[in-house]
Design a protein around this ligand. Structure first.
Ligand code: IPE
Ligand code: IPE
Ligand code: MG
Length: 244
């Protein structure tokens, strides 16, 4: 990696969230079945997790399966479940050794008891790790998350005048996780597709052209450099000290 580029990383996002899009098009480009694209995409996770940890990112979320992805053909859905299972079997020990902590957002119980247990075991195994937190959004939808939070608050009998942003955040799947500073959607598509609806209101967004399986360390660096150049105002004004 070129040192002059690394020196352009003046601001590192604490939390990067990625909509891993373009697996199907990556496969089609090569005349391969869609699942080959998903396989290549899953293999890319390790590369990007290591790269993010090297750049000093502390939280990284991967959108791997949305609540809308159940609409896909049964074979593709089954294949995606199998790839998650294989990813945990193959990579978890390595990630654990690297100091990665795994978390999940979404409804794990929708994945069946075997896969649910596998993910829960991986979360338990890595719970004290500190290098980087890897958050897997699998069977996740932003609207579903808000509905789940409202139901939970109602069942707790939370009084109306106690409802505020902090309390809602605490009832989200992401409770305790800082909001994403940067959301990346690969493949050139530019929409949220129901990702982190509540949490991304002040995120910076980036839309690199690469399909997810091709989004490598260099591409992540380019995107982080783009983020370094953004001026985040949160509705206020640019800090005059930073304008000099
Ligand atoms: C992203 O790749 C992975 C999932 C949504 C599971 P896609 O499967 O959406 O790939 P494209 O958009 O068809 O290229
Ligand atoms: C978003 O990608 C979901 C994930 C990457 C898991 P999709 O490919 O499913 O989104 P749409 O259908 O193009 O909006
Ligand atoms: Mg897609």
């Amino acid at each position: 990696m070129e040192a002059h580029k690394i020196s352009e990383l003046t601001k590192i996002p604490l939390h990067v969230a990625i909509i891993m899009d373009g697996n199907g098009r990556w496969a089609a480009q090569r005349g391969l079945p869609r699942l080959a694209g998903h396989r290549a995409g899953t293999e890319n996770l390790r590369t990007v997790i290591s790269a993010a940890a090297d750049f000093g990112v502390k939280y990284i979320t991967f959108y791997a399966f949305s609540t809308e992805n159940w609409k896909r053909p049964e074979d593709e859905v089954k294949g995606l479940m199998r790839l998650l299972s294989e990813f945990i079997d193959r990579e978890m020990i390595k990630l654990h050794k690297q100091g990665a902590r795994l978390l999940h957002i979404g409804h794990l119980e929708g994945l069946g008891p075997t896969l649910e247990k596998k993910v829960r075991d991986a979360i338990e195994l890595t719970k004290d790790n500190k290098t980087i937190t890897v958050i897997l959004a699998f069977n996740y939808g932003g609207r579903d998350e808000i509905i789940t939070a409202i139901k939970q608050m109602l069942s707790e009998g939370v009084p109306a005048d106690e409802v505020n942003e902090d309390l809602i955040s605490k009832h989200m799947f992401t409770a305790g996780i800082p909001d994403p500073d940067l959301v990346i959607r690969t493949s050139g598509e530019q929409r949220t597709s129901n990702f982190l609806v509540w949490q991304s209101v002040y995120s910076e967004w980036a839309f690199p052209k690469a399909y997810w399986p091709d989004f490598n360390k260099e591409a992540l660096l380019e995107t982080l450099i783009e983020y370094s150049q953004r001026d985040r105002r949160f509705g206020g004004l640019t800090d005059p000290k930073k304008q000099e």
